[in-house]
Design a binder for this molecule. Structure first.
Ligand code: ADP
Ligand code: MG
Ligand code: ZN
Length: 482
């Protein structure tokens, strides 16, 4: 990026709330049902119907507000945002405008360079989703109104973000919060968590914000980053050529790696917001707020600190283990069985996350139960098996979550810690490899590894490596001094 310029970015993030029913009617929010089956006169916008607010939507919004240190407004107002669109049967969207439910919060981002960055949240408001226009089924456009009235929160940041990396870190933070709170499934591909990026650039040190554009349609963290990078560079190029930025909305095309203006002329939006006369103000008395607060699950930040302070884990481990709720939960469940914190962390971050990522499954569907992983780790720690043998047993456990103690017994994999037994094997190896022993004695120390390898081969990897090293070393130096 050209160093004379800095980017200024503000994100508007929509999160679909995980309620069973829609925001103003009793229709199901189930994804993937046949088109136009989750509908009723209210969400179809028939004349004369009245919306009734879903209490869960308020509770979920307050949870997000509390998790981002917002002020929870005691009174907030629903407003009509008027515009015409085929998938918006009422001709207006019920949203919040002047008085949103939450305001003035912030989140802290931990950046890759080790620094933290505060991004202020301007507001969080409740609104209903619109329906879906389907353009890819022949020549006609089809309308599915199942999504109409599905509850959303919109989280609007202040323009505190200054790079594509920060933008994606911010999205990850919000993703982590909504999923830990259990208020949204966080699925960006299906659009349950989506963001519009407002982007401008200005000369470094300038105090006035530049003209912004809005980029939409990024369905992954990576695409948020790519799209913003593209748009920043596009704007800088224009300004450097003496041009001007036009305020407009662009659509990100991930295949082309480009953002292009949406078709049609971009009018200045005038939604003619006004308070919705069908809905009373939302009042949140203190005791309701306290109730919601008391039900709030532990947040990732707090879990992370606990992992560092209680279990002595490195910051890096604590961060990886708290990327999502299920991983943190799995990790702590293993600790019911063993208190080898760091060893458990290594296994979860290594073997287990590798498997889960490779198979694209959720760790809650991981075939080895936390108890059995704990048992495996205890076997290693007590010296009953080596780390190497553990890695051999692990694939067997993956098959049907078998108890590792049983596997070790059945396959006779217990580590040999009996000195005499090991000594016998060593003597045999020394006798059968006279040449190599000579080489070692004449100074070729690398041969030591070869001899250890032979011992391990004969014992099928079961000999305790420490004991092998000790005895072998002793025997060789005895030979040397002869
Ligand atoms: P609108 O009412 O047009 O939606 P808002 O003031 O609500 O505008 O801002 C929408 C988003 O755009 C916010 O996230 C805000 O931080 C961001 N934003 C506003 N001005 C700029 C700018 N000049 N450059 C980048 N982002 C901006
Ligand atoms: Mg806006
Ligand atoms: Zn309905």
């Amino acid at each position: 990026m050209n160093s004379d310029f800095e980017a200024v970015i503000g994100l508007e993030v929509h999160a679909q709330l995980l309620t069973d029913t829609k925001i103003f009617c009793g229709c199901s929010t189930q994804f993937g049902n046949p088109p136009n089956t989750n509908v009723c006169p209210v969400c179809l916008g028939h004349p004369g119907v009245l919306p009734v607010l879903n209490k869960k939507v308020v509770e979920y919004s307050v949870l997000m507000g509390l998790a981002t240190d917002c002020t929870i407004n005691e009174e907030s107002i629903f407003a009509r945002k008027n515009y015409f669109y085929p998938d918006l049967p009422k001709g207006y969207q019920i949203s919040q405008f002047e008085k949103p439910i939450c305001e003035h919060g912030f989140v802290n981002l931990e950046l890759d360079n080790g620094k933290t960055k505060k991004v202020r949240i301007k507001r969080i408001h409740m609104e209903e989703d619109a329906g879906k226009s389907i353009h890819d089924q022949g020549d006609t456009t089809l309308i599915d109104l199942n999504r109409t009235g599905v509850p959303l929160i919109e989280i609007v940041s202040e323009p505190d973000i200054n790079s594509p990396e920060e933008a994606s870190a911010y999205m990850k933070k919000l993703h982590q919060l909504v999923t830990f709170l259990g208020i949204c499934d966080g699925n960006m591909e299906q659009g349950s968590l989506r963001c519009d990026a407002n982007i401008s650039v200005r000369k470094k040190g300038a105090s006035k914000l530049g003209t912004r554009t809005e980029v939409k349609n990024m369905n992954s963290f990576r695409n948020v980053e790519r799209a913003i990078k593209f748009e920043i560079e596009r704007q800088i190029d224009i300004l450097e050529d003496g041009g001007e930025i036009i305020q407009q909305t662009l659509l990100w095309n991930a295949d082309l790696g480009k953002a292009a203006p949406m078709r049609g002329k971009e009018e200045a939006h005038d939604y003619r917001y006004f308070p919705d006369p069908d809905l009373v103000p939302v009042i949140i008395p203190d005791d309701w707020k306290t109730d919601i607060k008391n039900k709030m699950p532990e947040l990732p930040e707090s879990i992370k600190h606990r992992f560092i302070n209680e279990y002595g884990l490195p910051v890096y481990d604590a961060e990886v283990l708290t990327t999502n709720k299920e991983t943190a939960k799995y990790f702590e469940e293993v600790l019911q069985e063993t208190n080898e914190y760091k060893l458990v962390s290594n296994w979860v971050m290594g073997e287990i996350l590798a498997y889960v990522n490779d198979k694209k499954i959720n760790i809650s569907d991981f075939p080895v139960s936390p108890v059995n992983l704990g048992k495996l780790i205890n076997l290693i720690k007590s010296g009953k098996i080596s780390g190497k043998i553990a890695k051999k047993i692990f694939p067997l456990m993956l098959e049907n979550n078998e108890d590792p103690i049983k596997i070790v017994e059945e396959k006779k994999l217990l580590q040999i810690t009996d000195n005499t037994e090991i000594e016998n094997v060593i003597d045999k190896v020394l006798k059968e490899n006279k040449n190599q022993v000579e080489q070692y004695l004449s100074g070729k120390e690398k041969v030591f590894g070869f001899l250890v390898g032979q011992i391990m081969r004969i014992t099928k990897g079961k000999a305790n490596p420490k004991i092998v090293n000790n005895i072998l070393m002793k025997k060789l130096s005895a030979l040397k001094n002869k």
